[in-house]
Ligand binder design. Structure first.
Ligand SMILES: CC(C)(COP(=O)(O)OP(=O)(O)OC[C@H]1O[C@@H](n2cnc3c(N)ncnc32)[C@H](O)[C@@H]1OP(=O)(O)O)[C@@H](O)C(=O)NCCC(=O)NCCS
Length: 165
């Protein structure tokens, strides 16, 4: 059953989330749907996570319901664009949370980073679940990119007009 968005909130990720993000990143489907499918070792993750938390152009949030973390969403901002990466904990998939984290994430990033006008998402062509999550959130297909091994669909969603930005 899909829950109302008001039951959920986002919080900024912090250093105490190191292991949570490590486990999420190495979950089988997460690796399969990522552009680099190799298992991530802990030292690399630790270095990446610490650097990410200090990166002023990277915004990482955790989707929460009460005290329970359900998933994560990351925005990498470049000029007026923010590119999404996200996942939902394996135990809580297919309950509508993927759509909710994108919706709340967009609301949050436009508040936290005023210059963002367009949200960009790149999804492997085989990732039907994720494609639906973007389409249901008003994203439109922008182009298809053909990598050596797989097809990537790029979606875009213009969330702010230049005139009011
Ligand atoms: C992609 C992901 C975040 C989606 O999260 P989720 O909570 O399962 O998503 P939702 O429940 O909100 O929506 C899933 C959609 O896929 C649909 N779906 C379920 N099973 C499906 C299937 N076998 N084939 C196609 N669509 C399916 C659901 O019905 C829903 O669509 P709807 O809006 O028409 O009902 C989650 O699967 C995940 O973490 N995957 C691993 C990491 C990943 O792929 N991240 C995204 C990289 S771009």
């Amino acid at each position: 059953m899909q829950k109302g968005k008001s039951d959920f909130y986002l919080r900024r990720a912090n250093i105490d989330d190191m292991m949570l993000f490590f486990d999420w990143a190495n979950e089988k489907t997460v690796r399969q749907n990522s552009f680099s499918t190799d298992i991530i070792n802990f030292d690399n993750h630790k270095a990446w996570f610490e650097k990410s938390l200090q990166n002023k152009d990277r915004y990482i949030y955790v989707l929460m319901k009460d005290d329970l973390p359900l998933g994560q969403i990351r925005f990498d901002v470049r000029d007026e664009e923010a590119e999404i990466a996200y996942s939902i904990d394996k135990s809580y998939r297919n309950k509508g949370f993927g759509k909710i984290i994108i919706s709340l994430g967009i609301e949050q990033i436009v508040k936290d980073c005023n210059r963002v006008q367009t949200i960009v998402a790149k999804v492997k062509g085989i990732n039907e679940y994720s494609k639906k999550c973007f389409l249901r959130n008003g994203f439109e297909e922008y182009r298809k990119i053909f990598d050596r091994d797989y097809e990537i669909v790029e979606y875009r969603n213009k969330v702010k007009n230049k005139s009011i930005g």
